[in-house]
Write a protein that binds this ligand. Structure first.
Ligand code: ADP
Ligand code: MG
Length: 254
């Protein structure tokens, strides 16, 4: 059997006295698009940040492709991973945030090729060729030389997606990628994400876009107060939520 891309087993995470993740169990299969929804403060971003090695979990087990995140197991004990090992594992994961986080002093193409050139030591000419292809893939072939300030929010977010793809990730994490956008720019970003999903990319998408979840998602996970309340095929969860908390949340966002 192909291993799950993400496997969370009873994952706990606190900040000081705030318990943020209280026993998360979930798996994401290769090629799956999981949409993660839930009220603000329910722990969605924290979970993605744990998957992407930006936080370490306190308890439980979190695996990406059968490798423990943040730790390695030796002699039956867990040891925290060294920075270099973390950096190596993070390369397989692309992340797109609500804010586009592009380097403002670099053109779109320079943003896209930065990590491959600096981190992967890809020769610049080769990186530029591939960068141009990626910009084409997100519909921005003509914007390679533009600076972020010259691009709309939707265009900047598409550059951010191309930049994440430049590292050839096997997993893409999206944390409310369209929440900061003007409504008329949301569609163009969702279209790029849909195309990525159609190409077979494994994705976890935190979003309030229930239309996207229904049409593109393979699974929908509803989180509340640091726990998974309900999970299932998006159409089922959206039209016939089992739990009162899911129902209450959906009635606000739908
Ligand atoms: P969501 O993305 O679902 O809105 P978050 O994961 O951002 O939720 O946050 C869940 C809870 O964790 C919130 O109460 C938030 O204040 C708290 N939290 C998140 N990050 C930190 C941090 N670095 N330090 C302290 N508290 C944090
Ligand atoms: Mg969040």
């Amino acid at each position: 059997m192909t291993p799950a891309v993400i496997r969370a087993e009873s994952v706990y995470k606190s900040f000081g006295r705030t318990d943020v993740l209280k026993g998360i169990d979930l798996t994401v299969a290769p090629g799956e698009v999981m949409c993660l929804v839930g009220p603000s403060g329910s722990g969605k971003s924290t979970f993605l940040r744990c998957v992407n090695h930006l936080e370490t979990i306190d308890r439980g087990r979190l695996y990406v492709r059968d490798e423990l995140v943040g730790y390695e197991e030796r002699d039956g004990k867990l040891h925290e991973l060294h920075e270099k090992a973390v950096a190596r594992r993070r390369r397989g994961i692309g992340m797109v945030f609500q804010r586009f986080n592009l380097f403002p002093h670099m053109t779109a193409l320079e943003n896209v090729i930065e990590a491959p050139v600096q981190v992967r030591k890809v020769p610049k000419r080769q990186a530029r060729e591939r960068g141009a292809e990626l910009l084409d893939r997100v519909g921005l072939a003509d914007k390679a030389g533009s600076y972020p300030a010259q691009l709309s929010g939707g265009q900047q977010q598409r550059v951010a997606i191309a930049r994440a793809l430049a590292m050839k990730p096997e997993l893409m994490l999206f944390d409310e990628p369209t929440s900061a956008l003007d409504p008329e720019l949301v569609g163009e970003v969702l279209e790029v994400m849909r195309a990525l999903a159609d190409d077979g990319m494994t994705m976890v998408v935190v979003t309030h876009e229930m239309g996207f979840a229904r049409e593109v998602g393979d699974s929908l996970v509803f989180m509340d107060d640091g726990a998974v309340v309900e999970t299932g095929p998006p159409a089922e969860v959206l039209s016939d939520p089992r739990h009162e908390r899911t129902r209450a949340f959906l009635s606000k966002v739908l």
